[in-house]
Design a protein around this ligand. Structure first.
Ligand code: ADP
Length: 266
């Protein structure tokens, strides 16, 4: 049955492929004359459950969340997720292809604030993202950063778990060990995202293989803030990587701090 987020398949024009993840292929396209991104799930799970999640996702609206416009189903039952088009691709791609000489310090701070705004909105709406990482943040034409893929991890069933496995370096220890995904494990991942931003897209824990990260964390090892990272940002990283989830800050705490840092800029 059609739901609020149902889109007519015939209203979509699917263009060239622009990206491919483990989970989906992404095409450029048009929907009612606007440029959109169209995500085709590689292995659709339960369509009904998925459409329900999609309803929740399309009801979440914020300038720093990639807007889901709706879901279409082709006559042969392939599911298409239609989102707003993000012209500059992922934040990780942006950081690694442009680098230090092109990106200003103020750009880094605004990526940090934009993503924190989006995640703080999710926190207020009691949505745990579970997959916060620079590769899941997309950049619009005007350089606004928006959080993508929220709500998907939960409806993804086994694929969701597969996906999390490759995210060891982003995931809080309690989430790795007992699958306790909360806003506080999202904050841990946000700390890693901050580290990615201020290192211009380096892979976290560069010298540690993913399967040895947890043991290192348990021994108290943490990353140093990247070279040139403002000390207050380094403090936010350290607080978001505290062992006790309750001692980590909330997204709204972090957002306040980031805005204070921006105000103090010359
Ligand atoms: P997966 O969920 O399978 O990992 P992603 O959502 O990461 O797939 O998408 C893969 C790539 O497709 C991204 O890195 C990005 O380059 C591109 N992409 C995804 N969504 C959009 C969008 N809304 N606008 C523009 N490009 C997008």
């Amino acid at each position: 049955p059609p739901t609020q987020s149902t889109i007519e398949y015939k209203d979509l024009t699917i263009g060239k492929i622009i990206g491919s993840g483990e989970f989906a292929e992404v095409y450029e396209g048009t929907y009612r004359k606007s440029r959109v991104a169209i995500k085709v799930l590689k292995e659709p799970n339960s369509a009904a459950l998925f459409l329900h999640e999609a309803d929740i996702m399309s009801s979440l609206k914020h300038p720093n969340l990639v807007q889901l416009l709706g879901v279409a189903q082709s006559p042969d039952n392939v599911i298409y997720l239609v989102t707003e088009f993000m012209a500059k691709g992922s934040l990780l791609h942006y950081l690694t292809t442009r680098g230090r000489s092109v990106i200003y310090k103020t750009d880094l701070l605004s990526f940090a604030i934009d993503t924190c705004e989006g995640l703080s909105y999710l926190e207020q709406n009691h949505i745990v993202h579970r997959d916060v990482a620079a590769s899941n943040v997309l950049i619009a034409d005007d350089n606004t950063a928006k959080v993508s893929d929220f709500g998907l991890a939960k409806s993804a069933g086994d694929n969701g778990c597969e996906r999390i496995k490759c995210r060891t370096k982003w995931t809080a220890p309690e989430a790795l060990e007992s699958k306790k995904y909360t806003h506080k494990s999202d904050i841990w991942s946000y700390g890693i995202l901050l580290w990615e931003i201020y290192s211009y897209g380096r892979c976290p824990y560069p010298r540690i293989p993913a399967n040895e990260v947890l043991i290192n964390l348990k021994q108290g090892h943490r990353m140093e803030p990247p070279d040139g990272c403002p000390p207050e940002i380094g403090d936010i990283m350290r607080q978001s990587w505290l062992n006790d989830p309750d001692k980590r800050p909330t997204f709204s705490n972090v957002l306040d701090k980031l805005k204070q840092i921006r105000e103090r800029l010359p």
